[in-house]
Design a protein around this ligand. Structure first.
Ligand SMILES: C[S@@+](CC[C@H](N)C(=O)[O-])C[C@H]1O[C@@H](n2cnc3c(N)ncnc32)[C@H](O)[C@@H]1O
Length: 198
């Protein structure tokens, strides 16, 4: 079990991670045409800014989070979005959708999990991303080398995440990020992973 009681944090309004908008790196991926049409998943989506940013007529966007309060905040902020947008209050690790996803966006989810949950994170990603689909990780807070600082957010870097995904995913792109939320400058890296065909 995660040492953080996420539902309680949301209920108490203690959400220091909430930047109030999608990160510029997601907008840049959209501008570059990297995000496909089809089924998109955002695990640990919080207030769901990224669901709104990703919403488009030809996409089925699904956000999942443990918190009913986060879902309520999302619904209040985004009553009308294009395409299909579904926010499910459920545990990522137990989530079994009817179909897999073409694109999964992880921002501040991997780093929020207890390190003991990382193997389950990669096994769940392997199960949820369709062969040929893309797992996009915007790594924050990026450290190289990784310090001993305890999280969440736990410091992470590309090699760390690669170690968890490389059996099932190949690296498509790893890149520094030019624009970030204020205060996160230099602490984000983008890493895109393609799910190998079986
Ligand atoms: C650090 S917050 C990031 C939220 C959002 N991505 C953002 O950038 O604002 C991590 C989120 O993951 C959710 N979460 C933690 N464990 C989860 C799990 N097992 N399944 C689904 N959501 C989870 C928490 O409730 C929280 O909203």
């Amino acid at each position: 079990m995660s040492p953080v009681d996420w539902q309680e944090a949301w209920k108490a309004g203690v959400t220091p991670w909430d930047a109030g908008a999608s990160p510029p790196a997601l907008r840049s991926l959209l501008d570059r045409g990297v995000v496909p049409a089809g089924r998109i998943l955002v695990p640990g989506c919080g207030t769901g800014y990224d669901l709104a940013t990703l919403a488009r007529a030809d996409r089925e966007v699904v956000g999942i989070d443990l918190s009913e309060d986060a879902r309520t905040a999302f619904l209040e902020a985004h009553p009308n979005l294009p395409g299909s947008v579904d926010y499910e209050v459920t545990d990522f690790f137990a989530y079994v959708p009817a179909q897999g996803f073409d694109f999964v966006w992880d921002y501040t989810f991997f780093c929020a999990l207890d390190p003991d949950q990382r193997n389950s994170w990669s096994q769940t990603m392997e199960r949820l991303v369709e062969p040929g689909g893309v797992l996009a990780t915007l790594l924050f807070p990026f450290e190289d080398p990784i310090s001993g600082r305890e999280g969440p957010p736990w410091p992470i870097n590309t090699d760390l995440v690669r170690g968890y995904v490389e059996d099932a995913f190949e690296a498509l792109e790893t890149a520094a990020v030019k624009h970030t939320h204020p205060g996160r400058e230099g602490k984000e890296r983008l890493a895109l992973w393609r799910r190998r065909e079986p």
